[in-house]
Design a protein around this ligand. Sequence first.
Ligand SMILES: C[S@@+](CC[C@H](N)C(=O)[O-])C[C@H]1O[C@@H](n2cnc3c(N)ncnc32)[C@H](O)[C@@H]1O
Ligand code: SF4
Length: 409
Amino acid sequence: MPSALPLGDPAPADGVLPAQAAEGASSRKFSLYAHIPFCAVRCGYCDFNTYTATELGGGASQAAYAATAAHEVAFAARALEASGVPARPMDTVFFGGGTPTLLPAGDLTSILAAAVEQWGLADGAEVTTEANPDSVTRDSLQELADGGFTRVSFGMQSAVPHVLKVLDRTHEPARVPQAIEWAREAGLKVSVDLIYGTPGESEADWETSVRTALGYEPDHISAYALIIEEGTKLAGQIRRGLVPPIDDDDHATKYMLADELITAAGLGWYEVSNWARTPEDACQHNLAYWRGDDWWGIGPGAHSHVGGVRWWNVKHPTAYAQRLDRGESPAAGRETLDAQTREVERIMLTARLAEGIEVASLPPAGRSAVAGLIAQELVDVRLAFAGRLVLTLKGRLLADAVVRQLLAD
Ligand SMILES: C[S@@+](CC[C@H](N)C(=O)[O-])C[C@H]1O[C@@H](n2cnc3c(N)ncnc32)[C@H](O)[C@@H]1O
Ligand code: SF4
């Protein structure tokens, strides 16, 4: 079951943004997110806005989706122009899901081509798609690369069959190295996603998963603590005692093990859950989110942000397609963030980055928290004295607590 959308102000049918969106836009970067809301099966832990064929029902067709998404691209270009936001070439593009690679590669490249036609791509732009290892072939990956994709992020999650089973993953572990090899042959950069803390996963299981992933020599690794999302099948299994609950201490131990192994293999952390082989291999699209750049999110349930104006689309693919067919904005609601809220968000997001936060940019309450953070060994003492707050390993484990201290009144 996908999670609920936020409340907010109504969004106008013509998609025109409040004046604030255009202020200073020409000096900000621009990215595109394309949400592909389809999966072959729903994994028991996942509450992303995605639909299997049975969940979708009548009215919304996967086959028509690329054309519908291209309509939103054209709508976006018109709405930005009418809002006085200058067109900028896209620095990053990210196709996420759902399972983008459930659609034919030609559908993904046609959505990308529609966006490139509107905005163009900046030099060296990063163009990523998420992919499940069992929904790609050598040919489909080549077609993606030929159509302009530069990077693929595979949902590996674990290398251990009993862990994959609890997560409801459908792929055979051996499928992952095969898919990575094909991606490399096609010239694509490769990232893998791992999940730790799955019920029943031992420390040895997690070590096996991390070592196996590192053996594939990816350019990038994301490792996420399993979140038990309300309303998911896994949450129900835990509530009924069919599967053991998750444990924060187990998460911390596994995070430290992952960091040790991944760092020893030559990748460096650049955000709490993300490691890259070189600084250029860091996911530029996610960095754009964390740095507060502009992005348009196309697709059902997709979120967008331009100059402190944030909006989100209706969630169901049928309602989404109907809005665009009527020539109306698919936005379900929006909010215009004031300067103080934007500042709070900047601190929440950049505190988690290895580039850290400049102490001088913090509000007085944040600056007065610095001595305590140093004493608790949550930030690097040397960098803090040089004017920059960067989390230590202990600080990364307690990143939310660090943010609370920085924002405390
Ligand atoms: C929405 S998925 C899309 C990619 C692709 N469908 C897949 O599953 O591999 C992106 C990533 O989110 C992570 N994810 C999804 N649900 C999660 C949860 N409940 N806890 C932690 N990570 C989660 C998984 O690692 C997944 O690879
Ligand atoms: S394949 Fe990915 S998006 Fe689809 S249900 Fe599983 S985790 Fe969620």
